[in-house]
Design a protein around this ligand. Structure first.
Ligand code: 2AM
Ligand code: CA
Length: 267
């Protein structure tokens, strides 16, 4: 580990501690899948257990910091200057189905700007992390986005839409537009936090997704930027600041990908 701000150390400690119980819970899923009850309720409690461990660890260090989480909502609402942004299990559907593609995601925000973030895949033992101005890392190695410049040759990942989405048709047509302009089929891995981390590590070249929550991608923002990538939000709803439509890329293909998604330059 090359970065050593107190926040990164606090976050990684919380991730490691929570991941021990998460790995145990993941081991139970296989048994539950064949039981008549199924793993549904168990996954909800695994989510809560993981989140409780993370919150306890973070609060030990800074009881006064604000916290935004998927399960518990907002804690210490009055402190908007120092906030942790937590997703205890990103990739819940994968987890529920025994698919080993999920992660813990924790970001730290100062005056509403993301300063550092950690995304930990406990099954592959891959920790992606970054601190503003310090570069991005995967375990002990520096990571960088890919250098591909032609969108056609790029490997692109996306997610969604949920069945309940009001924008399903729009999202499917974006998918078609992008598909028609690249050689390799689009990937869908089911964890927004890992999708962004993979762009940061140069495994994928671009990622977009509508209707995410801020905790899905908060840590990923700093990791991607510190790896040399570009990330922005599009068509945001100002009345719902925690909802995000995101486009993240290696920077070279950003405009081309953005034009396809926003239906510019399409004959
Ligand atoms: P979750 O696993 O924590 O629910 C799946 O495409 C990815 O998108 C997951 O990271 C999932 O997070 C996230 N996601 C969150 N809200 C979503 C939504 N409304 N539609 C689709 N995916 C969503
Ligand atoms: Ca999530």
């Amino acid at each position: 580990m090359r970065l050593n701000s107190p926040q990164i150390n606090i976050i990684t400690r919380a991730c490691m501690k929570a991941s021990r119980s998460l790995i145990r819970d993941f081991g139970e899923i296989e048994n539950l899948q064949v039981s008549s009850k199924g793993p549904g309720d168990f996954v909800t409690s695994a989510d809560k257990r993981t989140e409780t461990i993370i919150i306890e660890e973070l609060q030990k260090a800074h009881p006064d910091y604000g916290i935004i989480t998927e399960e518990s909502g907002i804690i210490n609402k009055e402190n908007e200057n120092n906030r942790w942004i937590i997703d205890p299990i990103d990739g819940t559907t994968n987890f529920l189905n025994g698919v080993p593609q999920f992660a813990i995601s924790i970001g730290y925000e100062e005056k509403k700007e993301i300063k550092c973030g950690v995304i930990f895949d406990p099954i592959k033992n891959e920790m992606f992390y970054a601190e503003k101005g310090g570069g991005a890392f995967l375990n002990n190695s520096r990571i960088r986005v890919s250098s591909k410049k032609k969108l056609k040759d790029c490997l692109i990942i996306t997610g969604g839409p949920k069945h309940s989405s009001q924008n399903r048709d729009k999202i499917y047509s974006e998918y078609i537009n992008v598909s028609k302009n690249i050689l390799s089929p689009i990937r869908k891995f089911g964890s927004a936090a890992l999708d962004i981390s993979y762009v940061a590590a140069g495994r994928f070249d671009g990622y977009w997704q509508r209707e995410l929550n801020y905790w899905d991608i908060a840590a990923g923002l700093v990791i991607l930027r510190e790896a040399g990538g570009l990330v922005d939000f599009f068509e945001n709803d100002e009345k719902a600041p925690l909802k995000k439509n995101i486009l993240a890329s290696n920077s070279h293909i950003h405009n081309e990908l953005s034009d396809l998604i926003l239906k510019k330059n399409i004959e």
